[in-house]
Design a protein around this ligand. Structure first.
Ligand SMILES: [Zn+2]
Length: 171
């Protein structure tokens, strides 16, 4: 039997909410950093937490700064975290980012065996974890990844929309 709280949410739903609130805190700091990087790059920031919830990697979009087509925030965070971890496997880790990872980054996260991926805004055009295509459910994905999208979705979408709007008016 599922116990129903007074607010109408089940025990399971409330548990989820508590778990998600810690991601909201991280997402707020990601948005802050994204705003800063937004002056020179697409405002995307990613962090990786280890099994104890400690941040072991952080990355921002660096495509323009580094002239690097692979310079996405998720890849930067993976590189830093693998150095700290001295391992390429991330089964017990969580990646948090403000925009749904693209197909390249989703594949990299699958290759890295990332345990959990948390993101804010869905990317209907290029998203690789459900927005456009869900690579984590493809038969080529050899491990199971937990995915939670839509954390602070409005705030995350707004930062990106404003950035593109600004870019258009500058042209
Ligand atoms: Zn990407």
């Amino acid at each position: 039997m599922r116990y129903i709280f007074e607010n109408g949410n089940s025990n399971e739903d409330n548990q989820k909410k508590t778990n998600n609130s810690k991601y909201t805190l991280w997402m707020n700091s990601i948005l802050k950093r994204s705003n800063e990087i937004g002056k020179v790059e697409l405002p995307i920031c990613s962090i990786i937490l280890d099994e104890r919830g400690r941040c072991i990697g952080r990355g921002v979009n660096r495509r323009n700064i580094s002239k690097d087509p692979l310079g996405h925030a998720e890849i930067m965070a993976l590189r830093q975290a693998s150095l700290i971890k001295n391992d390429w496997r991330f089964n017990e880790c969580t990646l948090i980012t403000n925009l749904e990872p693209c197909t390249m980054c989703s594949s990299a996260l699958i290759q890295a065996r990332m345990g959990k991926v948390i993101f804010g805004a869905y990317d209907k055009k290029r998203g690789g974890l459900g927005g456009s295509i869900d690579l984590s459910k493809h038969e080529s994905a050899h491990h199971k990844m937990e995915i939670i999208g839509g954390i602070l979705e409005d705030e995350c979408s707004k930062i990106l929309q404003n950035w593109f709007k600004k870019l258009r008016t500058q042209k």
